[in-house]
Ligand binder design. Structure first.
Ligand code: F3S
Length: 423
């Protein structure tokens, strides 16, 4: 690993023993992946994946204490993934007790995050890149992030450069101000080894298309053709929301960190087919393939015929555009069914800053009137315990389906569940 004099000095302890350990960890990480140099983190802000004060994560809290004590705080301000708790989200007494015990370190941990450089008290969301949140990297900027849904969005939709780092390593990159150069930070690593041809008869469900791509290409880079026609040929807010959900599904059902969409995403628009490696494989996705992928999802509810007890929409967090869209669709469906409120407790999740912006619109009162709870939690953290795991929870998120016992439904099916109580 070639280091600049400043990087070498940090490694040699010129800025203290703790920063030397931070740098040593980054160097070892880079060497494991064949990196030959470190490059500066050029994005203005960082983002941390570890947002939850789980009682069992003592080593993390000790590490944070040591970093703060030795002044190894962030060079960058940062946002953090969503909080695990919100008293407004439906839960029974037992769940309340379990959550209180599980996340008993939440307040202490958030105090540590503030000392380390938390952007603002409410900067807890996985969609930090949305304009309302204010952590939107620019094309070409180098990031040190780990949240898989945010990494794939930043790389693909914004054209920033970030590897799929792990938690804590991303914090170290932010503190040191540099990251090892390999993989998606290099021009070569951003080339596509798959051409995905979308040949469907209608706009594919973003969550199933992303899932199909992720399961096929795994950690490789796909170059997607034929999708631009379903996205209106431009990267507007609706297309960005679609790609956010598609990308999160590809990153969780596989390990995609970057995709190119012909005619839509910045690098595909600028470089076109030059991005495709000569030996790229081809994957054709038609209606039958999407059906096959959907049918392959196991249902791990205890009773597969149970009626859903809770619906989660917004993993990753919804954009403002999506909140408006869901509110409009839900109100129309309820009216058609002669109902005023949802038939199943339902939670929409969005970044605190997006929820604030939404609250200023007339749609906010309409949504409230339906009984839907608008929250900023991470649904996965709600689900990841034995009590919630036993509940029949419905979701439109393929990421939540993959990492929990929640069952996936398309957007249209979710609407039906919210209105009729079953699908
Ligand atoms: Fe975001 Fe939590 Fe889903 S971090 S992508 S809401 S699992």
């Amino acid at each position: 690993m070639r280091l600049t004099p400043d990087q070498q000095a940090m490694l040699d302890g010129a800025k203290g023993e703790t920063l030397a350990k931070v740098m040593k960890t980054l160097v070892m990480y880079g060497e494991a992946f064949g990196a030959e140099e470190m490059v500066p983190v050029t994005a203005e802000k960082g983002h941390l994946v570890t947002s939850f004060g789980l009682s069992m994560m003592k080593p993390v809290y000790d590490l944070m204490d040591q970093l703060i004590e030795d002044g190894a705080v962030n060079g960058q301000k940062f946002s953090v993934d969503p909080r695990p708790l919100d008293p407004n989200v439906p839960m029974n007494l037992l769940q309340k007790l379990v959550f209180k015990f599980m996340y008993s370190k939440q307040d202490d941990y958030e105090a540590q995050l503030r000392q380390l450089g938390l952007l603002e008290d409410d900067a807890f969301t996985c969609t930090c890149y949305l304009p309302q949140v204010g952590n939107e990297p620019k094309q070409g900027q180098v990031l040190s992030w780990a949240e898989s849904s945010a990494v794939v969005y930043a790389n693909s939709v914004l054209g920033a450069r970030c590897n799929r780092n792990s938690g804590i390593l991303e914090l170290f990159g932010s503190i040191a101000g540099c990251v090892p150069k390999f993989g998606l930070l290099t021009d070569e690593g951003r080339k596509a080894s798959w051409v995905v041809q979308v040949k469907t008869s209608r706009r594919p469900e973003a969550q199933i298309l992303g899932s199909a791509i992720g399961m096929k290409v795994m950690e490789d880079v796909p170059y997607i053709q034929g999708l631009d026609q379903w996205l209106g040929g431009q990267l507007d807010d609706a297309a960005k929301a679609y790609l956010k959900d598609m990308g999160a599904a590809s990153a969780s059902n596989g390990a995609v960190g970057l995709y190119h969409v012909e005619g839509i995403t910045p690098e595909a628009c600028q470089q076109g087919k030059i991005l495709i490696r000569p030996d790229a494989q081809v994957y054709v996705i038609d209606d039958a393939e999407l059906e096959r992928v959907r049918a392959s999802y196991p249902c791990i509810w205890k009773d597969p015929n149970a009626k859903p007890k809770l619906c989660f929409v917004g993993c990753p967090h919804l954009s403002l555009e999506q909140l408006n869209q869901w509110t409009g669709a839900l109100c129309a469906a309820l009216e058609q069914a002669g109902r005023k409120t949802v038939a199943v407790p339902t939670v929409f999740t969005a970044a605190p800053a997006v929820a604030k912006a939404f609250a200023k619109t007339p749609a906010a009162d309409r949504l409230k009137g339906t009984g839907v709870v608008l929250s900023s939690i991470c649904p996965l953290m709600y689900m990841n315990n034995p009590l919630s795991g036993k509940m029949p929870v419905a979701t439109s998120s393929n990421k939540l389906r993959t990492y929990s016992s929640a069952r996936y439904y398309t957007d249209a099916e979710m609407l039906q569940i919210m209105v009729k109580g079953e699908c």
